[in-house]
Design a protein around this ligand. Structure first.
Ligand SMILES: *Cc1c(COP(=O)(O)O)cnc(C)c1O
Length: 414
């Protein structure tokens, strides 16, 4: 079992690649700042870390692969996976030797319960169901739990968008046999994922340090990203020399590795596509694990909800656009603000060119997943643009982002 080639899901040549756009002027993910460490009063927001036993790995996709391994999923098995997805959810299934069977979702991103029932009844060797709490909004988890219990299936709860959150009095991540999270979508970290189980022991998941080079790189990259967005000005002045030394050091190391040795950091959400099984046995860095402890989850949760509402209020009535979710229920702590657009390609291009950090989760579906599999997934894949609402956005940055989106949607050149 080697590295998976997913060249089939690369963007077509006509679509500008990220390198063709200017760097975003606002941090797309939480950038480290002193405010990251501010406390907020009261109890912390419920989190997947409260759901059960936890293993800290280097990415969400590695956690998915480990969950499948713990379930004993292998060649000949079938895993029900959502037709609305990113490649990093499917690669680990293929890596495990199992067959992904894509189920339908409804226009509001919830699992089509009739479709999973039909597929489970018609298909031999279905072993597990993967369900994603998209954008932080939970699935009908008690129903999915009952569905799996009735059929003897494992439930893998994908909390990559829902590090925080609760449903019916229980933290998200506690409904699945196993649950996974992606730390860098919520914390100011460069790598990190969590494998969690409320129902099974994780004693068999043995992890080791990825080495001093990895630890150093993770730490420096996180600080550097904060610097790039004008955070941590005093520390920046103090560390000017070490950063230069770091760049020189990595230059030397890269030159000696000739690209043949394993990467120093895992494939991850900010590293684009790729799943490398070499990271299956590696523990998340000390820096990331520390951040998961010291960054206030309550502040994170409150600010994400507040920023989501600001984006909602400002963008809900734009022509040709409507928010994917009409309300923000209690217990939901969103990853981003998803906006359903009639002309997503025009808007996307204009916003990227203006330096707005617009994201397109699910832009590339696995080969074969088309409208005959699930027209709603194809529609969401094409039409949903997402804007950050993370806790490290400054008010002025959100105002600027809103002004850009309004200008493009209202009068943009069509
Ligand atoms: C990002 C993501 C993953 C994978 O997480 P990484 O940390 O990027 O490996 C899995 N599922 C969903 C829904 C995601 O958005």
């Amino acid at each position: 079992m080697g590295k998976i080639s997913i060249s089939d899901v690369k963007p077509p040549a006509a679509v500008p690649s990220p390198a063709d756009y200017p760097r975003s002027r606002v941090p797309v993910a939480p950038a480290l700042s002193l405010a990251s460490f501010l406390r907020a009063g009261g109890p912390p927001a419920p989190s997947i870390l409260d759901a059960g036993q936890v293993r800290f790995v280097t990415s969400g996709r590695v956690a998915i692969a480990l969950a499948l391994r713990e379930m004993g999923v292998g060649p000949g098995d079938v895993v029900l996976v959502p037709s609305y997805h990113c490649a990093s959810m499917i690669e680990p299934v293929v890596w495990a030797g199992a067959t992904p069977l894509f189920y339908r979702i409804r226009p509001d991103t919830t699992v089509d319960l009739d479709d999973i029932a039909a597929k489970a009844a018609a298909t031999p060797h279905v072993k597990a169901l993967m369900a994603t709490n998209y954008y932080g909004f939970h699935q009908p988890l008690p129903a999915l739990r009952a569905f799996c219990d009735e059929r003897g299936l494992y439930l893998l709860e994908d909390c990559a968008h829902s590090f925080l959150g609760e449903h019916a009095g229980k933290p998200l991540g506690s409904y699945g046999d196993y649950a996974i999270a992606s730390s860098m979508k919520f914390f100011p970290v460069y790598e990190g994922g969590c494998l969690v189980s409320a129902r099974h022991r994780l004693d068999g998941v043995a992890l080791q340090s990825a080495g001093a080079g990895f630890e150093t790189k993770v730490l420096l990259n996180s600080i550097e990203n904060g610097f790039d967005y004008g955070r941590l000005p005093l520390l920046r002045a103090l560390l000017a020399l070490p950063m230069a030394a770091k760049n020189a050091l990595w230059g030397v190391i890269k030159a000696h590795r000739h690209g043949a040795a394993p990467a120093l950091a895992p494939g991850s959400s900010d590293g684009g596509f790729g799943f490398d099984p070499a990271w299956l046995t590696k523990r998340s860095s000390l820096y990331s694990r520390l951040m998961l402890r010291v960054v206030s989850r309550r502040r994170m949760g409150e600010l994400r909800r507040r920023n989501w509402r600001r984006l909602y209020d400002a963008l809900a009535a734009l022509p040709g656009c409507r928010p994917l979710f009409a309300t923000l229920p209690d217990g939901v702590y969103p990853w981003v603000f998803p906006l359903l657009c009639d002309e997503p390609h025009v808007l996307f291009r204009q916003l990227k060119q203006a330096g707005v950090p617009v994201i397109r989760f699910g832009e590339y579906l696995w080969p074969g997943v088309d409208a005959t599999v699930c027209e709603h997934s194809v529609d969401l894949s094409r039409r949903v643009l997402q804007f950050p609402c993370h806790q490290e956005l400054r008010d002025g940055e959100i105002d600027w982002m809103i002004a850009q989106v309004r200008a493009s949607a209202n009068g943009g050149v069509r």
